[in-house]
Design a protein. Structure first.
Length: 149
């Protein structure tokens, strides 16, 4: 039996903010078949959570076709939001259990759309703990902050 090997795109994302709110940046490291691609960007006035969301969004939106993805992220906010909370937010028309609007709804909707094309394995990694991919994404996120100054 000849099985086709599925190649996984390994992605590390991170967000950074100097002040919260304040100037912020996001960083992405993508690895596929021995190749590495780096992405980063920044915003003048934002929050850390928005930058964490933007990192995941930009990573997934940059993929040219549907992929199997291992997405490594150090943000519990994004991880829980996309794997647990979003289902009820959508059922309640983007309201929290307390009937308040979901914070960062624009980015949650964009992430939801971006991930619909891919088979994603969400992996939490502890930030600033020596994980090379996470540390690399963190450096890029800070480069994103520096790029807007």
């Amino acid at each position: 039996m000849n099985e086709k090997k599925i190649t996984v795109v390994e992605i590390y994302t991170d967000g950074a903010c100097r002040g919260n709110p304040g100037p912020g940046g996001w960083g992405v490291v993508m690895q596929y078949q021995g190749q590495t691609k780096e992405l980063f960007g920044g915003e003048v006035a934002t929050t850390n959570n928005r930058m964490e969301l933007m990192a995941a969004i930009m990573a997934l939106e940059s993929l040219k076709c549907s992929c199997k993805v291992d997405l490594n992220i150090d943000s519990q906010y994004v991880l829980k939001g996309i794997t647990e909370w979003i289902f009820n937010w959508k059922k309640r028309n983007w309201r929290t259990a307390a009937k308040k609007p979901v914070k960062n709804e624009d980015l949650w909707r964009r992430l939801d759309q971006a991930m619909s094309r891919h088979d994603i394995n969400w992996i939490w990694v502890k930030g600033h703990s020596g994980n090379q991919g996470n540390e690399h994404a963190d450096r890029l996120a800070n480069q994103g902050v520096d790029s807007i100054r």
